[in-house]
Ligand binder design. Structure first.
Ligand SMILES: [Zn+2]
Length: 176
């Protein structure tokens, strides 16, 4: 019942982002390969959460990502009812893990609350946060410095809150 209601919510109130997420997720779907890293270890967890959250989760391997123009530009997203990420080690040795999946779920909850206004997050987050973050790294910031800044931005902070991600603990994992 909950799954049906979430589906209806996504394809009405959340239509713009669900449509955008659907279209973008086709690239992921076309490039799926058997998960070997993070994804393989947590497939039961992923299946359970797809059901529980009313979402679709697709993971591509780093190899598929590297060979594809679109996957290579977009590191991953949670949009509409689609979570698309990379199986393992996309960013400077940082693995997309359960916290990353939960964070993307936080973006999806944001969208389910604010509906079509989520389009603003879709513009702000990749353009301002992501591109500026990449620019900062080209200008001397370490990955950790950039990530700390990135997850303080309002839409990222909110996704962590709604997705129940302990970002401080997550960042500490990559500190050494
Ligand atoms: Zn995010």
């Amino acid at each position: 019942m909950k799954t049906v209601l979430l589906w209806l919510l996504d394809w009405t109130w959340c239509l713009p982002q669900t449509l955008a997420g659907y279209i973008a997720s086709r690239y992921w779907l076309d490039n799926l390969a058997p998960a070997e890293g993070f994804g393989a270890a947590v497939i039961p967890w992923i299946k359970e959460h797809e059901e529980k959250w009313g979402v679709k989760i697709y993971l591509v391997t780093p190899k598929s990502k590297a060979g594809h123009w679109f996957l290579n530009v977009i590191s991953g997203f949670g949009c509409g009812r689609y979570i698309c990420l990379v199986d393992a080690i996309p960013n400077n040795g940082i693995v997309d893990d359960e916290d990353t999946v939960s964070h993307e779920h936080g973006h999806i909850i944001t969208g389910r609350i604010i509906g079509p206004l989520f389009l603003l997050v879709m513009i702000y987050s990749p353009l301002f946060c992501n591109l500026l973050g990449r620019w900062k790294m080209k200008h001397g910031w370490t990955w950790l410095h950039m990530a700390t800044w990135y997850y303080q931005q309002w839409c990222e902070w909110l996704a962590d809150k709604l997705g129940h991600v302990d970002r401080k603990a997550w960042l500490r994992k990559w500190e050494e």
